[in-house]
Design a protein around this ligand. Structure first.
Ligand code: X2X
Length: 333
């Protein structure tokens, strides 16, 4: 129960009764922080969800969105959603894995072949396994994961065509141990940086390369500071839409239903947006000067096997989670 929220809600209701000219404040004004520019489908669909939820709750639930790392980087926002400083956050699987290690399982290198495998796993038993682990940390994960995408490699130096081109590459990766381990396994020199620092670290050449799905490369304008884009498809990454557990438990059931429906359905629409965007984003980025190439996955997979990457992470995730992943994608190691 959120005693503070209840206290705050009382005067607003009383005022609305006595002084009809004063707009009635929502019973629940909830803050949602994320790390993406407002033009990304995640923010466009989240804004729509907030409007729908305000309407369907007759003004009782007002979700305010703070995009683009306004409230701090991922590490800060994860701490805030745990403490209740913010009510919602959408960490990528890689980011929430710093708190819930098994959440990185969808990011195992070269695991998913396509989106039907991805959504089969994440809407199915593997996603349920991860959501249960998130719940243990007193966070509520909504059912439908949102799409980030298949991660691709950009560089200011040279295209990556085989694993050998990763040798010594100074590449930014998210603050998360799986991508560090994976890029070390490929022979690169990965550096963990928050997304809020990616553009400037590429611009000032603190790092030469980074890896992200094409829609992010587009909306964050990373093409301005990168020259080559290699379609490595090395990780599929998604966003868990999470809520502070205490706040969520304190919401009346009718509002939980309205909020969950609004967010889950917006997530499904956001997946479709990314799918549509994937069909056009490469040519847009080419027109902005990024040079593309399409490496074959074999040398990368082989390098990871040789480095013991799959065996190591099977051990770290445990056999239960690993076998759920393999049920969706086939044998990995
Ligand atoms: O930080 C990134 O690279 C990003 C935006 O993809 C994540 O949220 C993990």
């Amino acid at each position: 129960r959120s005693a503070l929220r209840r206290l705050c809600a009382v005067p607003a209701v009383a005022l609305a009764g006595g002084f009809p000219l004063i707009a009635r404040a929502a019973d629940y004004t909830l803050k949602y922080g994320n790390n993406l520019p407002v033009t990304h489908p995640l923010n466009i669909r989240a804004q729509e969800a907030a409007e729908r939820i305000l309407k369907e709750s007759n003004g009782r639930v007002d979700i305010k969105i703070f995009p683009n790392n306004q409230l701090g980087g991922d590490t800060d926002m994860l701490a805030q959603v745990r403490s209740g400083g913010i009510d919602f956050f959408t960490p990528s699987a890689l980011v929430i894995a710093t708190l819930v290690p098994v959440a990185a399982i969808n990011a195992v290198g070269f695991a998913f072949k396509d989106y039907s495998q991805v959504w089969g796993a994440m809407d199915g038993a593997l996603g349920a396994h991860v959501r249960a682990a998130i719940a243990q940390r007193k966070l509520y994960a909504f059912e439908k994961m949102w799409d980030n995408g298949f991660r691709q490699t950009t560089s200011s130096k040279a295209p990556v065509t085989t694993a050998a081109d990763m040798d010594g590459l100074k590449i930014r990766v998210p603050v998360s141990s799986l991508p560090i381990s994976m890029f070390k396994g490929l022979g690169a020199a990965p550096a963990s940086l928050q997304f809020s620092e990616v553009y400037s670290s590429l611009q000032t050449k603190v790092v030469d390369a980074q890896e992200n799905p094409l829609p992010i490369i587009q909306v964050a304008k990373l093409y301005e500071v990168q020259k080559y884009c290699s379609l490595t498809n090395h990780i599929w990454d998604g966003y868990w839409f999470i809520a502070n557990g205490r706040m969520w438990e304190g919401l009346p059931q009718d509002l939980k239903t309205i909020v969950a429906r609004g967010i889950n359905e917006a997530g499904l629409a956001q997946r479709e947006d990314i799918k549509k965007l994937n069909a056009s984003v490469q040519s847009d980025l080419e027109s902005k000067g990024l040079q593309f190439n399409q490496p074959a996955p074999d040398t990368f997979r082989q390098a990871l096997r040789t480095a013991g990457f799959y065996k190591e992470w099977q051990g770290r995730f445990g056999n239960e989670a690993w076998s759920l992943l393999e049920q969706s994608v086939g044998k990995l190691a």
